[in-house]
Design a binder for this molecule. Structure first.
Ligand code: URA
Length: 230
């Protein structure tokens, strides 16, 4: 890998800042100052930037317990974003695999691995996502059956795919869907004659929100969780 690319990937510097630091003599490779930004680094070399040894990070995979009021975006001029809840050194190149509405809480996955997030979000893969929804009014038996069979959503030409519905309390349901249409759960429940008061995502595929994570807290995914979306 080129020296400037290595610095930009393994530190908080942009590629331009990395080049500047290299030209300024702030970078050593195996204890020698290197000023050539495009020179390739030998495997296993020790690269030091202003006294700090840099290591190349691999892909990152995180789960966050998203609180209400935080937007599923990497940048927003008005509201706090999911990335604002993470330490700056983890946020470089992260993107969100499956957004949530600002008022929805629960499991949000963030990664640098585009192929991995594609497997979770691609409509072709049908990855199941489970939500708990608190409703304004309980659903009738026929409404529950219609959700299980598939419902027509306003302005969508095709019905939703069959969903799993578990009634936990009269006004609290668990809904598992395998699509990711715009505001899908809220629109499905509106089509079923109710209204979502609160919505919480519990799982995506085999990845379950860690109950030890308080709202706003995150952790890295385990190898097993990463592989489960493979
Ligand atoms: N469906 C919704 O309506 N909102 C979400 O945040 C997620 C799924």
């Amino acid at each position: 890998m080129r020296l400037d690319q290595f610095i930009a990937t393994s530190s908080l510097l942009s590629r331009k800042e990395a080049r500047r630091a290299i030209h300024a003599g702030s970078v050593t490779v195996n204890s020698e100052i290197w000023k050539d930004t495009g020179k390739h680094i030998p495997a296993g070399a020790q690269v030091v930037l202003e006294g700090e040894t840099l290591t190349l990070q691999g892909e990152r995979y995180l789960m966050l317990n998203k609180p209400s009021g935080v937007v599923s975006a990497t940048r927003d001029s008005e509201h706090p974003t999911a990335l604002d809840l993470l330490p700056a050194e983890l946020t470089r190149d992260l993107h969100i695999a499956g957004r949530l509405d600002a008022d929805t809480t629960g499991l949000l996955l963030l990664t640098t691995d585009g192929q991995w997030s594609h497997r979770i979000t691609s409509p072709k893969v049908n990855c199941p996502k489970t939500y708990q929804a608190r409703l304004s009014t309980p659903l009738s038996e026929s409404a529950i059956e219609s959700l299980r069979a598939g419902v027509m959503l306003r302005n969508d030409p095709v019905p939703t795919k069959p969903a799993q519905v578990n009634v936990l309390e009269p006004d609290l349901i668990e809904l598992t869907i395998s699509e990711g249409r715009y505001h899908q759960v809220k629109r499905m429940l509106a089509a079923a004659g109710s209204h979502v008061e609160t919505l919480h995502r519990q799982s995506i595929g085999d990845i379950i929100l860690d109950p030890a994570l308080e709202p706003g807290a995150y952790r890295e995914l385990t190898e097993q969780e990463i592989a489960s979306a493979g």
